[in-house]
Write a protein that binds this ligand. Structure first.
Ligand code: KDG
Ligand code: MG
Length: 408
């Protein structure tokens, strides 16, 4: 059998998603995610203009060969657009293979290595009262791990804290604003470094030692600033400090490691195992943060996590709402199957997104499971998708108080 049609669907049920639909000559449908926040049309064009024609007539069972064909065959290696496009093809092929076998995808990856997947929620607040209310809400729902993001006195908006959410309100925090160009935000690293440890002290005092706490620095600190934060957070026993400094400078992580035992996570903006080479072989991080959607799909992510596992480094896969429910399902099947699972990020999609994409993964008291539907267990309703056309939306850019452009 072979692939007979390949369609690229860009839809915006609450936010933009890029989906690939492959259909085989005997009618088996496979779904894949190529969503790249703020650059969706580039990923869609790569698929439509450069890959679709090469997929028609190809044997759908030859997943590794297709992956190598798209990766090596492009000549131009890696990059977020290329790897998101390859990811969509790869996920759709795994979806088809598992459907043909009549099993959930995790069975083809070696079967379940655990019963359920611990996830972490996003708690935030402009002040401590709002943050504490959000954490309490998650603890009542059964979460055992919570990411803490706080407003910073003197700054109007800060990454991870919704400017509009009311205290304790659950929201689909979406920093990619719907407009033709990015919003601009202001940033002050010294104010942030002074404030964050005081918040963690209060959280530990109120919620005790057992709740697992995480924090995302979102690429904003220099290596020595990151080392200072990691050191000052040590008494508060974080599960991880994420993206303490921009990850493309892999050597910079040595400096943070020299100063602190706070576990480190990075990689959501990476797209291949080579972006992690120094970080993994020198054990400079503890968790791999990429999403299958951005790293060449199930095949790319399995290669990366198997490599990390040799060095005792675990998964903490990226699961924001800008990965589609199809990409999220792929992450959950990998999580369930691998030995070196750490934790999974879980930002539930909005109701509108989940009406448009149907999923079989389930949440129960702080844990997810991918479900036992054959394949990925996630698909797009094309009729509903057509009702929500693409809308330009961009992540903000950041400037220091003197106007210098900074990492967002
Ligand atoms: O598109 C950017 C988001 O995925 C990112 O800002 C979310 O940092 C993020 C996280 O840890 O989920
Ligand atoms: Mg992050």
């Amino acid at each position: 059998m072979s692939i007979s049609t390949a369609d690229v669907i860009v839809t915006s049920p609450g936010r933009n998603f890029v989906t690939l639909k492959l259909v085989t000559s005997d009618g088996v449908v496979g779904w894949g995610d190529a969503t790249l926040n703020g650059r969706e049309l580039a990923a869609a064009a790569y698929l439509r203009d450069h890959l679709v024609d090469t997929l028609i007539g190809r044997d759908e069972d030859r997943i590794e060969d297709t992956w190598q064909y798209l990766y090596r065959g492009a000549y131009w290696r890696r990059g977020p657009v290329t790897m998101a496009a390859i990811a969509a093809v790869d996920m759709a092929l795994w979806d088809i293979k598992a459907k043909k076998a009549g099993v959930p995808l995790y069975q083809l990856l070696g079967g379940a290595s655990r019963e359920k997947l611990r996830v972490y929620a996003h708690a935030s607040g402009n002040d401590y009262a709002a943050l504490s209310q959000a954490i309490r809400g998650y603890v009542e729902e059964g979460y055992t791990a919570v990411r803490i993001q706080t407003g910073v006195p003197g700054l109007d908006s800060v990454y991870g804290v919704s400017a509009t959410a009311k205290p304790g309100e659950k929201y689909d925090y979406e920093p990619a604003h719907r407009s033709a160009r990015p919003d601009e935000e202001e940033w002050d690293t010294p104010a942030y470094l002074r404030h964050v440890p005081t918040i963690f002290e209060k959280v530990r005092e109120e919620f005790g030692p057992e709740l697992r706490l995480l924090h995302d620095g979102h690429h904003r600190m220099s290596p020595i600033e990151a080392a200072r934060l990691a050191k000052s957070l040590e008494p508060h026993d974080l599960l991880w400090l994420e993206d303490a400094t921009p990850g493309e400078d892999q050597d910079a992580f040595r400096l943070i490691r020299q100063h602190s035992t706070t576990p480190l996570a990075t990689g959501e903006v990476f797209n291949s195992v080579y972006d992690y080479q120094t970080l993994i072989t020198e054990r400079l991080i503890d968790y791999v943060r990429s999403a299958p959607t951005h790293t060449g799909g199930v095949t790319g992510m399995k290669k990366l996590l198997d490599f990390a596992g040799i060095y005792g480094i675990r998964s903490g896969l990226h699961g924001p709402t800008d990965v589609s429910p199809i990409g999220m399902a792929a992450a959950l099947h990998i999580d369930l199957a691998i030995h070196n699972f750490g934790i999974q990020e879980y930002m539930p999609h909005s109701d509108l997104t989940l009406e448009t994409f149907r999923t079989s993964y389930t949440f129960d008291r702080g844990f997810l499971h991918p479900g036992d539907t054959p394949g990925l267990g996630a698909e797009l309703d094309e009729t509903l998708a057509a009702q929500h056309p693409y809308t330009p939306a961009y992540l903000p850019v950041n400037r220091l108080l003197d106007g210098t452009l900074h990492d967002w």
